[in-house]
Design a protein around this ligand. Sequence first.
Ligand code: NAP
Length: 519
Amino acid sequence: MKIVRSYAAGNWHAADGDKGVELRDPTTEEVLARVSAEGLDMAEVVQHARVQGGSALRELSHEARGELLIGMSKAIHAIRDELLELSMKSCGTTRKDSKFDIDGASGTLYHYGALGKELGSGAFLEDGDGEQLGRSSVFWGRHARVPRNGVAVHINAFNFPAWGFAEKAAAAILAGMPVITKPASSTCLVTERCIEAIVDSGVLPDGVLSLICGSVGDLFNHLNGQDVVAFTGSADTGLRIRSHENLLSQSVPVNIEADSLNAAFLGDDVEPGSETWNLMVREVAREVTQKSGQKCTAVRRIFVPDSRRDAFVESFLEEVSSRVTGSPDDETVNMGPLATADQLSSVLDGVNKLKEVADVIHGNGERCDGVGAEAGKGYFFAPTILEARDEGGADVIHDLEVFGPVSTICRYDGSAASAACLNSRGAGTLVTSVYSDSDDWVHDFLRRGGSYSGRFYLGSEKMAPQAPGSGLALPSSLHGGPGRAGGGAELGGLRALDLYSQRIALQGSKRTVETFVRP
Ligand code: NAP
C-alpha cells in the first residue's frame, strides 16, 4: 500500500503503513494510499524552514526569487501528463478539469516568477513615495516592506491540490518567506507528486519548501509573530484556526479563504438570445458543473428578472443537459464524480435542505451511476438545479453552500437595488457576476453593494469575445472576499505579498532611507 509522504527538514517522511486515513479513487472506490503525518516533529519542521529556508531567501533579490518560482513552474510542467493522470484517478476530475488545477499551478508560479524579474535586484518592496518629514529634506521618511522573519504555513482545501499549493507558495517565496504546505488529505497525492518534482529538480535552497501530508498536529503551537498562516477550506475549520490560542496570543496573521455563496445576476436589459444572454447561460452552466461544482468560485445562486424567468430556465436547462456524469476515463464524460464519500453525503444532505424551500427543476438530487463506471460504485452526482419558491429565495438559499454541481434559480424584480440587496444576503462572496449591457445598471449595483464581494465579474456583449468566466482566479486579480468568504486576500499581483511582509516606516537622512529601498 502506498503511504503518502511528507517532506520536512530536508527529508522525506512516511508514517507506519497501518496509520492514517485511506485515500480512494472516487470513480471506483478502490483504496489508492494511506496518509498520516504521525512521527513528524513539528517543532523541528518549523525551525528548519525558518532557519535554513528563511535565511536563504532573505539573501536573494526579488529577481532571484522569481527565478526559483520559474524553476518550480517548469518542474511541475515537466510532469504535466503524469499529474493529469494522477488528478483524474485520485481526485475524480476529468482531464479538462484536471488541467484547470495543474496548468493553473504552473501558470501562477510562472506569473509570479515574471513579477519577480520585473521587481529586479531589490530585496525590499517600496511602499508609496518618500516624503520630507522635517523642515528640509534632511529628515526624510518613506515606507517599505521587508520579508517577515518566519515561516508561511499554508493549509489548503481538497479541490485544488496543485493550484492551491502553488498560488500561496508563489506569493510567499517571492516575498522572501519559506513555506510549509499542508494539502487536504483526500487529494494530497497530487500535491505530493508536485513537491517531489520540485525537490528532485534541485531548484530550491534547503528549507524553502516543506510538505505535511496528514494532520498538522501541534504545529500551530510552534508559531510566533513573525510567522503567517494562510488557510483555504470550510468556514468551520477557518474559525477553529482563527481562534487557536497560540495564534491569537502571538498575533500571528491568519488569512482565511472560506465558503462562498457566489451569485450571478441577469440584468433586466438583457434580451433572450442576445450575446450577453448566451454568455450568461454558457458561463453560469460551466460555473455550476466544472470540477463537479467543487469550486470555491462556483455559482450557487442565480437571479433572473421575473419577466425573463421562462426563457432563461429553458436556455439554461438545455445547456446544463449537455453534461455527462461519469468516469474521467470515458471520453463521452464531461463531469466526474465528487471527490469523496463524505463530499457526496454532504451534497445529498444539502440538497435535501434546499428542497424545503425550492423545487428541483433539473436532476433529482440523488446519487447516480456514472457513465463508464461500475454500477453502484463511485461518488457520482449529476447536476441538480433548483428554483426558489419565493421571489428572492428563502434564507437557506443564501446561507448553505452545497459543494457540488448544485445551484438555485431565484426570481427578482430586475432592479439594481434589489440585486445589490440579494447579493448582500450571501453575507460576503468571493465573486459575484452580473450580466448586463447597461453601464448605468451595473454602476448603480456596484454603488449600492460593491463591498459585499471580493471580485465582480461584469459580463457584457463588449467583453464576450475574451470572457474567461467568473470562476477563473487570475493571478493579477484579487482572490478573497469579505465576511462569510473569510475576509482574506490572495493574489492580485504584488498585493499578495502584503501578507508575507512587514510594512515599516523609515525615518532618517534621505540618502540612508532611499538607498535602503533602492540600492
Ligand atoms: P476543510 O474540511 O475545512 O479542510 C480544509 C483544510 O483544513 C484541509 O487541509 C484539512 O486537512 C485542514 N484541517 C481540517 N481541520 C483542521 C484543523 N483543526 N487544523 C488545521 N487544519 C485543519 O475544507 P475542504 O472540505 O477541504 O474544502 C471545501 C471547502 O473549502 C468549501 O467550503 C469551499 O468553499 C472552501 N474553499 C474555499 C476556497 C476559497 O478560496 N475561498 C477555495 C477552495 C475551497 P484534512 O484534509 O487533513 O482534514
